[in-house]
Design a protein around this ligand. Structure first.
Ligand SMILES: [Zn+2]
Length: 407
């Protein structure tokens, strides 16, 4: 199968590398306090010539119809559970509240394991298969671990999931249901255990394993397809895309997708990206001081546990700067209020996902959200993934008995 894939390039220093795993980021600009991920580049000139004004996609459904812009070189290595092709649904009453021209929700909870992580996992596991991996390791206590476990099962590849004491019951059940070997490690030992397994057992890393986090070279390519689908649905780019953010791999991938659409002449401008994190998160600090693009903060508990990080990545800062975007923070109360507001529209999203709306409200309250924008909120995962957070609001209420004739 022909491919337009060319090489890997550092997001920070532009150094080029041959295509390979490179999960620890760019060696050329790494220091004791800094590291950047690398990202695939494609032959955009040839793509532009070959595609003309024609369809970006091939006839397949979902994510793989964009295979010409994905890093898997042989279609026989594509691992799919039918991910992608999620709906973009208009929320007119919310648009009114935010003084926006339009607000849409890109509902990623319709993916195979109910999260946008499936786009990442599909590409990560496919590239692992293409690179000859016999076993995949992932260090996580959240949605990504369950997603990698599902795709590894689909590929028939062994999966080791390293997690921490206190993993949420739902995630644990899913990871085990998909047949992964779930092991508990102390948080301070996880990188060491992972690196040892990579050295001694040939585990292929599907997640970060260094103290200064970098994302793998390929997973964010799955997230790009969210931008392609939005572009195809709207016929253009929106003005603002709001994305819940921890390591910012999704934020970066979506930005890159729009940037590629611009390079291919499909959109006039790349939308501003809004990274939404819990109050006290690291990304706001990293954006505030350009000389310190990697920030660390004490880890504080948050109801939005999927985005409760203590350190950011360089790529999230790079995507925000490149798009003229910004960061918005929201506390637990605001996040839960946003979850209820979306539920009132019929969308039951995870608290981490609700941060996309809570962050927009933070901007609006500060007078930093211009009127008349066309906005896309990315719902990254289903509320069923974290029922505990929502149940606390209801579980202590007595259900009212109803009998025939009681109304
Ligand atoms: Zn570099």
């Amino acid at each position: 199968m022909s491919t337009y894939l060319r090489e890997l390039m550092c997001v920070h220093c532009d150094t080029r590398f041959a295509v390979g795993p490179m999960s620890a980021g760019c060696p050329a600009c790494r220091t004791e306090t800094f590291a950047s991920s690398v990202t695939p580049t494609y032959d955009y000139e040839r793509l532009r010539r070959d595609l003309g004004d024609g369809l970006l996609r091939e006839p397949d459904e979902g994510l793989w119809r964009y295979r010409r812009l994905l890093p898997v070189q042989d279609a026989r290595h594509e691992v799919t559970l039918g991910e992608g092709g999620t709906p973009l649904v208009a929320l007119p009453s919310l648009a009114g509240e935010l003084a926006a021209e339009d607000v849409w929700i890109k509902d990623e909870s319709r993916n195979p394991t109910w999260t946008f992580k499936d786009r990442n996992a599909a590409v990560t596991v496919s590239t692992a298969v293409e690179l000859g991996a016999q076993a995949i390791v992932v260090s996580t206590s959240g949605n990504y671990g369950a997603s990698i476990a599902a795709y590894a099962a689909r590929a028939g590849v062994e999966c080791v999931a390293l997690t921490y004491p206190g993993i949420p019951e739902g995630t644990r059940t899913l990871i085990q249901a998909f047949g992964a070997d779930l092991k508990v490690v102390a948080p301070e030992e996880r990188w060491e255990v992972m690196q040892q397994g990579m050295r001694e057992k040939g585990w292929y890393p599907a997640s970060n394993y260094t103290a200064i986090p970098t994302n793998g070279a390929f997973g964010h390519e799955g997230y790009k397809t969210i931008a392609y689908e939005i572009t195809e649905a709207l016929g253009t780019a929106p003005d603002l895309v709001s994305v819940p953010t921890a390591y910012g791999e999704g934020l970066f991938g979506i930005w890159k997708g729009f940037d590629e659409m611009k390079q291919l002449g499909r959109v006039a401008d790349v939308p501003r990206m809004l990274g939404c994190e819990p109050a006290g998160g690291p990304l706001a600090l990293a954006m505030a001081d350009p000389s310190q693009p990697i920030a660390r903060v004490p880890r504080t508990p948050t109801v939005a546990r999927g985005i409760g990080g203590s350190v950011n990545t360089y790529v999230s800062v790079a995507a925000l700067h490149a798009s003229g975007g910004t960061v918005a923070q929201a506390d637990d109360e605001a996040i839960m209020a946003a979850q209820r507001r979306l539920a009132a529209e019929g969308f039951f999203v995870e608290p981490a996902s609700a941060a996309a709306l809570a962050g927009l409200r933070t901007l609006a309250a500060a007078g930093d959200l211009p009127e008349g924008l066309r906005i896309v909120l990315v719902n990254t995962s289903s509320g069923l993934k974290n029922l505990e957070a929502f149940n606390t609001a209801f579980s202590d209420r007595e259900l009212e008995p109803a009998t025939h004739g009681a109304f």
